[in-house]
Design a protein around this ligand. Structure first.
Ligand code: ADP
Length: 631
C-alpha cells in the first residue's frame, strides 16, 4: 500500500497549530518566491526576498506593481485590479521586475486567488527565469548572426551527405536553382548532370581531407574556386561542406593577359616579315602602275583587265601586311577624330553586297565622334561582318546598331565616361559556350580554311584604341559582338579628302632617300612623268652631299635604312642646310602622330600614286596643277 496521502488525509494528521507550523516550514524552505497580496503585499517568503532583494518589512504599503519594470507595470496593475474584482485573468505569465538595486530580472509568475470575508486574496509563486531568458536571447542573437553571415556570403554554399544528397544550401544557391532542393542529388540540381561531376571531391572529403581547386563549367562558360571540407555533426554524422566562389572575371582577366602576351610574340615576328614584305609590295605596285600608265594608249581591254587584276591582288596583299603590321610594335594606330557612321555603312555594304545576307543598320546622326585609325577600324568591322556572313551560309540577316553610352559606373574593363557602343547581331549558327572564351585567341578557328586571326586582330585593334570588345552567343542562336570605343572630346572630324584619279602636274626639285633601288626608281619615274626634277640618295651620306649642293622643294625620306642613318637622323641636316624643304616620311609601320610630327607629312608604305600626289599637292600647292583627265 502506498504511503502517499491526499491533502485531506494529511489534514487529519495535524491539528491547526501543527498545520500552521507545516505551512511556515514549507514557505520558508521553498526555493521559489511565494507571496500573498491584494493591491499591496501582505506576505513574501524568504526566497522572494532573496530574488528581489526586498525585505518583507520594506514591502509594507507597497503596491505589487511597483516592483514591476515600467514596460509591464500598467498591464500588471490592470490584471491585479481585475483579479481582485473577480474577473478572469491569465493564471501564468512572464514579466520583468526591478530588484531593490534596480537590476532587471525576468519572472515567471503563477497566480491563484481565494476569498475570505468577501474579499479576494491573491497568492503567487514566482521563478527567476532571467538566466534562461538571457541564454535563449543570446542563442537567438547568435543564430540570427550566423544566418546574417550566411546570407551575406556572396558565394554558393552547400552541404552534401555521403550519398550526394543536398542537406543545406544557402539562399543564393537556392535562388539560382529556383526551388527547394533539400534531399536532392547535388550534381543534378546544381550542375544539371546525370552523374557525379568530373571534379567531384566527395570521396577525399569523406576520408577527412580538404580540397581546393578551380573548376570550369563548360556549359555556362563559368569558373569557380571550390573549397570542399569535411563537416562532422555532434551526432557523428559526416557531410561535405562546399564553398564555391565565382572567379570567371579573374579567369577572363588572366586569359586576357595570356592572349596579350601571345599577341606580343606574334607581333615581333609579324612586324619583321611585314616590314620587308611591304617594301617589296611598294615596288611591285609602283611598277605595275607605271607600266600601266606607259602602255595606257596601247592596251587592249583584256590587257587592261589583267593589270587591274594584278593591282587588285597587290591590294589584297597590302591588306594582309596591314593586318600583320597591326600586331607589330610600330602598328599603333594613327588616330584621328572621325564619325564612324559612313565608314560602317560602306564597309558592311562592301562585305555583304551580292551575298544572301541582308543587313539593317541603325546609327543616330548625333553619334559621338571617336578618335580612331579609320583603316584599322574598317578592318575590325569587316572581320566581324565576314564572320557573320560565314556563320549564315544559307543566308540570314545582320543587325548593326550604334549608340551613345554614358557610363556613370565602371562596366567590366571600361572606366566611367562617354563611349560609342556598336552592336553586331547575326542569326547564324552561334558559338558554343565552350568556345566563347577562345575566339579572340590568335589561331583559334573552327573553319576549314580559317586563320583564326580575324578576331585576335579585332581585339588587338580595339584594345589599342582604349576600347573593349565582347561577345555573347548560344549555339544555334546567332552571335552578338559588342564594341565600345571611347568618345572623342574634340568636336569636328578632320576632313578627309578622297583623292581624285587625275593626272598630277607639278614642278620643283625632289630628293628621294631609300635604300631600295626599286623604290627609288619607281618614285623617280612617276615624279618625273609629272614634271618634277628628281634626285636619288641611297644612304645618309648621299643625302647630305646633295642637300649641300642644291636646294630641294621636297625630300621623301625612308624611316629605316639597315645599318645606317634613316629619315630621323638626316632630318636635322636638311633643316639646317635647306630649311624650306618640305619633308615626307615613308615607313611600312603605322606611326603615331607624335612620332612623325617633325616631318611635314607621312606616307605609309605601300602607297598608291594618288596618295603620294595628294600629299605633294598639300605640301607644294603653288607648284602643282591638276588635270581632269584620267591617268
Ligand atoms: P577565322 O574566321 O579565321 O576562323 P576568327 O578569329 O575571325 O578566325 O574567328 C574565330 C572563330 O570564332 C571562328 O572560327 C568561329 O568559330 C567563331 N566565330 C567568329 N564569329 C562568329 C559568328 N558570327 N558566328 C559564329 N561563330 C563565329
Amino acid at each position: 500500500m502506498s504511503n502517499c496521502k491526499s491533502l485531506s488525509e494529511i489534514s487529519q494528521l495535524f491539528d491547526t497549530h501543527e498545520a500552521i507550523e507545516v505551512l511556515r516550514v514549507f514557505l520558508e524552505s521553498a526555493s521559489v518566491g511565494i507571496y500573498l497580496y491584494r493591491e499591496e503585499f501582505i506576505y513574501v517568503n524568504p526566497a522572494f526576498e532573496k530574488i528581489t532583494g526586498w525585505k518583507l518589512s520594506e514591502l509594507k504599503n507597497k503596491k505589487v506593481w511597483e516592483l514591476v519594470h515600467p514596460d509591464y507595470r500598467e498591464t500588471v496593475k490592470e490584471r491585479t485590479l481585475a483579479r481582485l474584482r473577480g474577473e478572469k485573468t491569465p493564471p501564468q505569465y512572464e514579466i520583468k521586475i526591478l530588484t531593490s538595486e534596480g537590476q532587471e530580472k525576468w519572472f515567471e509568475v503563477s497566480v491563484a486567488t481565494f476569498e475570505k470575508d468577501n474579499q479576494i486574496y491573491c497568492i503567487a509563486t514566482t521563478i527567476d527565469i532571467t538566466e534562461i531568458k538571457n541564454y535563449s536571447r543570446n542563442l537567438a542573437d547568435t543564430l540570427s548572426e550566423y544566418k546574417a553571415i550566411l546570407q551575406a556570403f556572396d558565394g554558393l554554399l552547400y552541404t552534401v551527405t555521403p550519398d550526394f544528397r543536398l542537406a543545406f544550401v544557402n539562399k543564393k544557391l537556392e535562388k539560382q536553382i529556383g526551388h527547394p532542393v533539400s534531399g536532392e542529388l547535388c550534381y543534378e540540381e546544381i550542375f544539371g548532370l546525370k552523374e557525379p561531376c568530373p571534379w567531384c571531391s566527395l570521396k577525399e572529403v569523406l576520408e577527412g581531407r580538404s580540397v581546393k581547386k578551380d573548376i570550369h563549367i563548360p556549359e555556362e562558360d563559368k569558373w569557380y574556386y571550390v573549397v570542399a571540407t569535411p563537416l562532422i555533426y555532434p551526432d557523428g554524422s559526416q557531410h561535405a561542406l562546399h564553398i564555391l566562389m565565382d572567379i570567371t572575371q579573374q579567369k577572363r582577366a588572366q586569359q586576357e593577359i595570356l592572349r596579350i602576351s601571345k599577341l606580343e610574340s606574334i607581333s615581333l615576328l609579324a612586324g619583321g616579315i611585314a616590314h620587308d614584305f611591304n617594301n617589296i609590295l611598294t615596288a611591285i605596285l609602283g611598277n605595275i602602275s607605271l607600266l600601266r600608265l606607259r602602255l595606257k594608249k596601247h592596251l587592249t581591254e583584256k590587257e587592261e583587265k589583267l593589270f587591274k587584276q594584278m593591282e587588285s591582288v597587290c591590294f589584297r596583299a597590302q591588306g594582309l601586311t596591314k593586318q600583320l603590321l597591326n600586331f607589330a610594335e610600330g602598328g599603333s594606330p594613327i588616330k584621328r577624330v572621325a564619325s564612324i557612321k559612313e565608314m560602317i555603312e560602306d564597309t558592311v555594304s562592301f562585305c555583304l553586297r551580292g551575298s544572301n545576307v541582308s543587313w539593317e543598320i541603325s546609327i543616330p546622326d548625333d553619334l559621338f565622334l571617336v578618335n580612331i585609325d579609320t583603316v584599322q577600324f574598317g578592318q575590325v568591322v569587316s572581320n566581324i561582318v565576314i564572320n557573320a556572313k560565314q556563320a549564315m551560309p544559307s543566308g540570314g540577316r545582320l543587325w548593326i546598331k550604334a549608340s551613345n553610352l554614358k557610363l556613370k559606373e565602371p562596366k567590366g574593363p571600361l572606366k566611367p565616361g562617354d563611349y560609342v557602343e556598336i552592336i553586331f547581331r547575326d542569326e547564324g549558327m552561334g558559338i558554343p559556350k565552350k568556345h566563347l572564351s577562345k575566339i579572340f585567341d590568335p589561331y583559334f578557328t573552327t573553319k576549314k580554311d580559317g586563320s583564326g586571326l580575324g578576331l585576335a586582330i579585332c581585339h588587338s585593334i580595339i584594345k589599342k584604341h582604349g576600347g573593349h570588345i565582347e561577345v555573347t552567343s548560344q549555339k544555334g542562336k546567332g552571335a552578338t559582338f559588342k564594341i565600345y570605343l571611347p568618345a572623342s572630346k574634340e568636336e569636328k572630324p578632320t576632313s578627309y579628302n578622297l583623292v581624285q584619279k587625275e593626272i598630277f602636274k607639278g614642278k620643283g626639285r625632289v630628293l628621294i632617300f631609300d635604300d631600295e633601288e626599286v623604290i627609288r626608281e619607281t618614285l623617280k619615274e612617276v615624279l618625273e612623268m609629272s614634271g618634277f626634277q628628281v634626285e636619288e640618295a641611297k644612304d645618309a651620306q648621299e643625302v647630305i652631299q646633295k642637300i649641300k649642293a642644291q636646294n630641294f622643294d621636297l625630300a621623301i625620306l625612308d624611316l629605316t635604312i639597315p645599318g645606317g642613318m634613316g629619315a630621323k637622323e638626316v632630318l636635322p641636316f636638311i633643316k639646317s642646310y635647306t630649311p624650306k624643304t618640305k619633308t615626307i616620311l615613308m615607313s611600312g609601320y603605322s606611326l603615331e602622330a607624335q612620332k612623325v610630327k617633325e616631318f611635314d607629312a607621312f606616307l605609309k608604305k605601300p602607297f598608291t600614286f594618288d596618295e603620294l600626289f595628294a600629299v605633294i599637292d598639300k605640301l607644294l600647292p603653288t607648284k602643282s596643277t591638276k588635270n581632269a583627265k584620267n591617268r
